[in-house]
Design a protein around this ligand. Structure first.
Ligand SMILES: CC(C)(COP(=O)(O)OP(=O)(O)OC[C@H]1O[C@@H](n2cnc3c(N)ncnc32)[C@H](O)[C@@H]1OP(=O)(O)O)[C@@H](O)C(=O)NCCC(=O)NCCS
Length: 174
């Protein structure tokens, strides 16, 4: 397994294929949207590859406060986000994060990969913290039972409010 933090277009397209295995309609990413978000912040993805194929990915974005607050009220969805709502990481600043998505290819949902993957996610944010980037709160819009289980059991996020088709949960990554 190899973890990458600066995906290529090809990697993003493979991640979108993973979305198609688990999500429908607007919850499936598009290349243009992903490139639009990356134009503001290059540090939003973690991908895991096996034999040069993306088998899992997550994306986590720092949001402007006004958009974060709309999510907290259950009034906003990930697919509505553009580069205007996302912040770059700047040393000394504090951020509210949206855990936008996490997917692992079905055959690797064996309990092993997710443990390694969650550790990589935590390590990334510990490193950012050590560089002076502070994280306030993290939310996720859990749109599947798998997501609800992962974020409540493993990350210990707490329920905030129902969203359109999901549940907003809030917590900490580290
Ligand atoms: C969400 C997703 C990535 C979670 O991966 P997963 O392999 O299914 O992980 P699970 O949360 O079921 O965890 C597997 C097991 O490992 C355990 N585990 C997970 N992380 C752990 C950790 N860091 N330390 C110890 N145990 C851990 C869990 O408790 C669970 O144990 P259980 O099966 O006895 O309950 C995966 O289910 C997926 O890709 N689903 C489709 C996409 C999706 O719904 N994404 C979320 C959208 S909000």
């Amino acid at each position: 397994m190899r973890y990458i933090y600066s995906p290529t277009k090809k990697d993003i397209l493979q991640a979108i294929n993973l979305d198609k295995e688990s999500f429908t309609n607007d919850d499936v990413g598009t290349l243009n949207k992903c490139l639009d978000w990356l134009s503001v912040n290059k540090h939003i993805y973690i991908m895991v590859k096996k034999w040069n194929k993306v088998i899992g990915y997550c994306n986590i974005v720092p949001l402007k406060d006004e958009i974060y607050n709309l999510f907290i009220e259950g009034k906003y969805k990930d697919y509505m986000l553009t580069h205007e709502h996302i912040l770059p990481y700047i040393k000394g600043n504090s951020y509210n994060l949206l855990f936008m998505s996490i997917v692992i290819e079905k055959k690797y949902r064996d309990g092993m990969l997710i443990i390694q993957f969650t550790n990589k996610i935590k390590n990334k944010f510990k490193k950012l913290q050590n560089k002076g980037i502070k994280i306030k709160n993290v939310i996720v819009d859990a749109i599947t039972d798998d997501g609800y289980k992962l974020f409540t059991n493993t990350f210990h996020f707490k329920f905030v409010i129902e969203s359109k088709g999901g549940k907003i949960l809030q917590g900490q990554l580290i």
